[in-house]
Design a protein around this ligand. Sequence first.
Ligand code: ATP
Ligand code: MN
Length: 125
Amino acid sequence: MYEVILFPTDGSDGATAALDHAIDQASKYGATLDVLHVGDPESDGDAVEAAAERARDAGLQVNTAVVQGTPHEVIADYVTDRGVDVVVMGSHGRRGLDRYLLGSVTERVLRTVDVPVLVVPMVDE
Ligand code: ATP
Ligand code: MN
């Protein structure tokens, strides 16, 4: 069912909340986990590396990418180009819970991509 699972991350707690779900789904389906950060490839490698390491420790095949551009556009293009089967992402990101129901990147990805998106809520602690 799922061969490639995409976890887009901004390195925030909201994104990290989704990582466990991404790892769990990839393990269950024997899928590859792709970790994508939209940002500066020169300086933003840490966000993907921390997540990739956790996924590799869980025994997964992992790809990482840091790509410059508008987050939801880059994520949508990545889904198409790479043939991603499902996206697992946080309901919120760096800005956090003060922004309505959903973060703007998640909202736009939901409207743009034609694959399922698993949105993991960030719980207020
Ligand atoms: P907003 O950005 O709308 O002010 P926010 O930061 O709380 O609010 P989003 O940016 O939509 O919310 O973040 C929601 C999810 O989108 C994150 O958990 C992460 O999975 C993904 N995401 C956000 N920004 C990026 C990015 N630059 N690269 C990759 N994934 C991202
Ligand atoms: Mn954001």
